[in-house]
Ligand binder design. Structure first.
Ligand SMILES: C[S@@+](CC[C@H](N)C(=O)[O-])C[C@H]1O[C@@H](n2cnc3c(N)ncnc32)[C@H](O)[C@@H]1O
Length: 332
């Protein structure tokens, strides 16, 4: 049996599905954009209500195969686009029928187990980590980038405290051979010296490389701004995130534009910061114990959502806030 056939049998458990449905169901009877279709777990549940339509997006071409079955079953209630969600502004839709835009960030179980993608530190062969529609792979980064760039990526996107040591060892190692996935795992182990306890020694560096290869920071920032512009007032943006950088970005976007703390009412109307969102819950929703037991990768999931209540065009302070991360993503 080859890897592709086995992968088709791999099941991805949609995370926080019940909580998502309880948030969006009051808006049922319209179109939802599922920005991270994956295996279609969210889309399928939303389409159970016959008055709902879905426009689904995923950058992974493997989701295109799954979407064909959806197109057959749900006919004109379902459309799929193999594209990055940062391009969501390309979607032509009548604003009035759009009810919500949903993101379930990161990767699916199927993707992490896909040997071609090399997202896991158990993968063999060349480094890759492309989820789809990428400009370069982790192979080019690890084998071509200078020490300082590698160190910045590992530190900023992985919070890897030994970033500089690891980067130095990479530069030495690759003088003799091209670094492949298992070489990288051994280099990181050699810096840590002892075996990992709770999390694998390679977890942080692999997360950093995945974020960099897939430009996850700009993807998220650009798509949040575009989603806001696409939505009518009353529409909802829901984001499920899995690591602290994503959550920091989503939290800032929703909270910063739902309060006018530093905006005096004595300022002229034009200079006053507008409140753009209503936040029904300030704290993120997290999975119940039974969900974590059934699906351990859900343990780090956080769901935040916001209802749009005003229009706005200027998001420069949002971009400024995360410029330090965007700059690292733009090293190449
Ligand atoms: C956690 S999975 C989603 C699972 C889905 N909710 C389900 O129930 O099957 C995340 C998906 O988002 C996709 N993805 C990640 N970043 C993306 C981006 N920038 N643009 C489009 N799709 C993206 C991945 O390819 C992956 O299929």
């Amino acid at each position: 049996m080859n890897a592709t056939i086995k992968l088709e049998n791999e099941k991805h458990f949609p995370v926080l599905l019940e909580k998502l449905i309880s948030i969006i169901s009051p808006l049922y009877g319209g179109t939802f954009i599922d920005c991270t279709f994956g295996q279609g777990g969210y889309s399928k549940k939303i389409l159970e209500n016959k008055y709902n339509n879905i426009i689904a997006i995923d950058r992974d071409v493997k989701s295109l195969e799954i979407s064909k079955k959806f197109e057959k079953k749900y006919k004109n209630r379902f459309k799929f686009k193999n594209m990055k969600f940062s391009e969501i502004n390309r979607i032509k839709i009548n604003k009035n029928i759009l009810k919500g835009i949903i993101f379930d960030l990161g990767y699916s179980t199927t993707q992490i187990k896909d040997p071609e993608k090399g997202l896991s530190f158990l993968s063999k062969g060349k480094l890759n980590m492309r989820m789809g529609l990428n400009e370069f792979s982790a192979n080019e980064i690890v084998n071509d980038f200078d020490q300082s760039s590698l160190s910045k990526i590992f530190y900023s996107f992985g919070d890897e405290k030994k970033a500089n040591n690891i980067a130095r060892k990479i530069i030495n190692f690759r003088k003799s051979k091209n670094i492949e996935t298992q070489d990288l795992v051994k280099i990181i182990d050699s810096v840590y010296k002892k075996k990992f306890k709770k999390i694998h020694n390679s977890t942080k560096v692999f997360q950093a490389l995945r974020i960099f290869v897939n430009k996850e920071i700009s993807e998220l920032i650009d798509s949040l701004i575009s989603s806001f512009k696409l939505l009518p007032k009353g529409g909802v943006i829901v984001v499920v995130s899995f690591h602290s950088i994503e959550d920091k970005i989503v939290k800032y976007f929703f909270h910063h534009y739902s309060q006018n703390k530093n905006s005096s009412r004595y300022l002229p109307e034009k200079q006053r910061k507008k409140i753009l969102f209503n936040l029904p819950q300030k704290k993120p929703l997290i999975p119940e114990n039974y969900e974590v037991l059934k699906n351990p990768p859900s343990r780090s999931a956080k769901l935040r959502y916001a209802i749009k209540i005003n229009e706005n065009q200027d998001f420069s302070d949002f971009k400024k806030k995360f410029k330090y991360l965007l700059d690292i993503e733009n090293i190449c």
